[in-house]
Write a protein that binds this ligand. Structure first.
Ligand code: HEC
Length: 168
């Protein structure tokens, strides 16, 4: 009985270690943010198109707290707000020429990456109250990528670091 028990205990211990190191791997560096569950179902704050090298289409989504604040123009955003930015490559719709006689329709192609801003004015006091995270294929991007977020978003300090406005 005893050896079997030990084997089981060891197995469950190593399972715990694997689970906790996986949780760390899945968290974005610096800010420790993991993918918020259900973010793809959040409400649309606005949409945007990046030209140049990014050449994408994006939607800016908010959890209930962020969406309400954006909609009511409340600044600063309250703690608990999470703003998501999802994006896809900017692609011509194959059937567009047939429909319009010219390539006129551009739609979402493959997903690129997702970014999040998480408001916690205590935890993230040194970065304007926001934590930042980027995931590529559900895996957090590297530290250098995360070091760049706050510096650029500080340009929008008059809007609590959030560039996009609610699009009515
Ligand atoms: C060089 C400047 C720059 C850097 C670096 C940058 N962003 Fe942004 N970000 C922008 C601009 C400009 C917008 C608004 C236009 C848009 O939606 O594409 C934006 C939009 C966003 C939004 C939607 C909310 C908003 O502010 O409008 C999120 C979320 C976001 N960025 C997260 C991040 C994260 C996370 C990082 C780092 C991994 C990051 N950004 C790095 C410039 C930047």
């Amino acid at each position: 009985m005893r050896p079997a028990f030990l084997v089981l205990a060891a197995a469950s211990l190593s399972a715990t270690i694997v689970a906790s190191s996986r949780a760390q791997e899945d968290a974005a560096p610096i800010f420790g943010i993991t993918l918020p569950p259900g973010y793809r179902e959040w409400k649309v704050i606005s949409v945007a198109h990046e030209a140049g090298k990014l050449n994408d289409l994006r939607a800016i989504l908010g959890n209930d707290i962020a969406y309400k604040a954006a909609r009511e123009g409340q600044l600063p955003y309250p703690d608990g707000s999470i703003v998501a930015r999802v994006a896809w490559s900017y692609e011509p719709l194959p059937e567009s020429a047939e429909a319009f006689g010219q390539a006129q329709s551009f739609v979402a192609g493959k997903p690129t990456n997702v970014q999040f801003m998480v408001k916690d004015s205590t935890k993230y006091a040194s970065t304007g109250g926001w934590g930042f995270a980027q995931f590529d294929n559900n895996k957090p991007a590297g530290e250098a990528v995360h070091n760049a977020c706050f510096a650029c978003h500080a340009i929008a300090k008059g809007r609590d670091l959030v560039f996009n406005r609610y699009a009515p």
